[in-house]
Unconditional design. Structure first.
Length: 173
């Protein structure tokens, strides 16, 4: 994960959730599924959370280990957001549809940015496969101190199996 900014970076750190499986050659890949970057924006500071939460599916189908890892990673993210007094922006691939209960782990202080979308049915996943292209598994949230002026999905034209999320936000206080 990476956060690019024209604003000064005050803090950058991974949020560790689930431990890496034994013998993993990439322990951070398994343990860190969210990057928090605090930026100086005008006279304030805003925390940006860039997430890529584990898929509930592993080779061979649904996986209890994957479910437990995604639960741990979302709980670690939620704990960081709850402990953080700063205005916050959270976006990324949650690998979760609106029907999945795991999205309830997103802290209540976070507000879904989708009312700013022009689409009544925002689908963000695999535009290359017709059936999967009906799913929304990517999300964007803000705290009430941030105003969402624009939110649109940007098709990847085959460069990814996800659409990009483009948001224009401002610190409203």
């Amino acid at each position: 994960m990476v956060t690019l900014s024209r604003f000064p970076i005050l803090l950058e750190r991974g949020i560790e959730g689930a431990p890496a499986p034994a013998g993993s050659g990439w322990p951070d890949f398994h343990a860190v599924k969210t990057l928090r970057t605090d930026l100086r924006v005008g006279s304030g500071t805003v925390s940006f959370y860039n997430s890529h939460i584990n898929s509930p599916v592993a080779q061979g189908g649904l996986s209890r280990d994957q479910h437990e890892a995604r639960d741990a990673n979302l709980r670690a993210l939620a704990a960081d957001i709850r402990a953080n007094p700063l205005p916050a922006f959270l976006a990324g691939d949650f690998n979760a549809s609106p029907a999945m209960g795991i999205l309830r782990l997103v802290p209540q202080r976070m507000v879904d940015a989708s009312p700013a979308l022009r689409s009544l049915y925002p689908a963000t996943w695999d535009e290359r496969r017709p059936l999967l292209s009906l799913w929304r598994i990517d999300w964007a949230y803000t705290t009430p101190e941030l105003a969402v002026h624009e939110y649109r999905l940007v098709r990847s034209n085959g460069l990814s199996d996800h659409s990009g999320q483009r948001l224009v936000v401002s610190l409203s206080r």
